[in-house]
Design a protein around this ligand. Sequence first.
Ligand code: 5GP
Length: 126
Amino acid sequence: MSISGLPPYDPGNIFARILRGEIPCKRVHEDEYALAFHDIAPQAPVHVLVIPKGEWVSAADFHAAAPAETIAGFWRAVSAVARELGLEAGGYRILSNMGADGGQEVGHFHVHIFGGRRLGRMVPPG
Ligand code: 5GP
């Protein structure tokens, strides 16, 4: 098990394969800490994923195990991506799903950036 109680990191996960260049993506930003690309099934006019470059399953893993500089660099990249996408003036939402209740599908820590319209309630009625 990983730190977060999720299964251990699987290097064959889809985002690991995107990082290795085995699968294409619509890249919007890359630096030493993060890669950002458009979600394949966007749920807002702008829907971008930001992923760190190391092997972390979830937010819990990342924040517990990654070096402080890596964590800072990643979150700076998230803000830079939103700025580069022109979302700062209108606002945007960042979200990270974790585990089954969180609806996490891909076991490589990632942050969603949503924007381009009024996004409404934080959590839709279930
Ligand atoms: P999660 O539910 O794990 O937080 O979100 C995973 C996200 O990855 C989903 O929004 C899904 O549409 C996206 N996704 C899954 N496979 C691919 C892919 O091959 N390419 C891209 N760009 N996004 C993907």
